[in-house]
Design a protein around this ligand. Structure first.
Ligand SMILES: [Zn+2]
Length: 257
């Protein structure tokens, strides 16, 4: 693969991936999707992202020491989201810029993200937002948000609060655990479940309004918790989860005109 000029000077190295094609709708990307690599080392992950047979890639890889490597030019479509959905759109690769953050993940010893790695992620997101123009705060998302039944990354240890303090992403302080009130859980049916599904769907999650707390609903609630109420990720809509969701909807930024 030929080298290409990086999209920003924050990039330390370019390592071109063959796993890329044109964005399908011709529109510029308006989402940023965050992942963890989920492999034992960052070097192994980078090698996989640049190997034809893997059929996966990302625009950027951020190492634990903060080094940023670019694998796909932003104007092209990287292959990181897989089968996914957000706000009614399913070709998330065409809509987004994908950032892989080196961490062994749940399979190989999930650990805290070092601060200098997070600082690099924040700087990278900021250069993308500043250069590309409007990317709404609520379209800076986890892979688990757009593929709740398949993916857990970047996971409940990812410090969305720090990103939010730096103006990256939409986030609210989670309501405390163990509050009194209504809990919705797998097996429940009826209007309260339908309302929960409607609200999650209105925020962007790919969930149908069935009125039945099915496996898909549990997975979406778990994805919501991983991002917004990480102290307990169990797929049960307890009062803390429901309050946090309500606060999130109430503070949602207005759409761009
Ligand atoms: Zn991912």
């Amino acid at each position: 693969m030929p080298l290409f000029p990086p999209d920003s000077f924050i990039v330390a190295d370019v390592m071109p991936s063959p796993n890329q094609d044109e964005r399908k709708d011709g529109r510029p990307p308006d989402m940023i999707l965050l992942h963890y690599t989920g492999m034992q080392t960052g070097e192994a992950a980078l090698e996989r992202l640049c190997t034809t047979a893997s059929k996966v890639s990302a625009h950027y890889v951020v190492f634990e020491n903060g080094r940023i490597v670019q694998c796909v030019p932003e104007k092209l479509r990287a292959w990181h989201a897989g089968v996914s959905s957000w706000a009614g759109e399913t070709d998330i690769n065409s809509r987004s810029i994908g950032i892989e953050i080196v961490n062994p993940g749940h399979e190989f010893g999930y650990r805290d993200f070092p601060l200098r790695q997070i600082a690099a992620v924040i700087s990278l997101c900021k250069t993308i937002i500043t250069r590309r123009g409007p990317i709404a705060a609520d379209r800076i998302l986890a892979h688990s948000d757009v593929a709740p039944s398949r993916k857990q990354d970047p996971g409940e240890k990812f410090p969305w609060e720090l990103l939010s303090e730096s103006g990256v992403g939409h986030w609210v302080r989670a309501a405390p655990l163990n509050l009194d009130g209504v809990t919705l859980k797998p097996g429940d049916r009826g209007e309260p479940v339908a309302r929960l599904q409607r609200v999650l769907r209105a925020y962007g999650y790919g969930i149908e309004e069935t009125g039945s707390y099915d496996d898909a609903t549990r997975d979406v609630v778990a994805a919501f918790q991983r991002h917004f109420r990480p102290a307990r990720v169990d797929g049960i809509a307890d009062p803390s989860t429901l309050l946090t969701l309500r606060a999130l909807i109430e503070t949602r930024p207005a759409p761009f005109p």
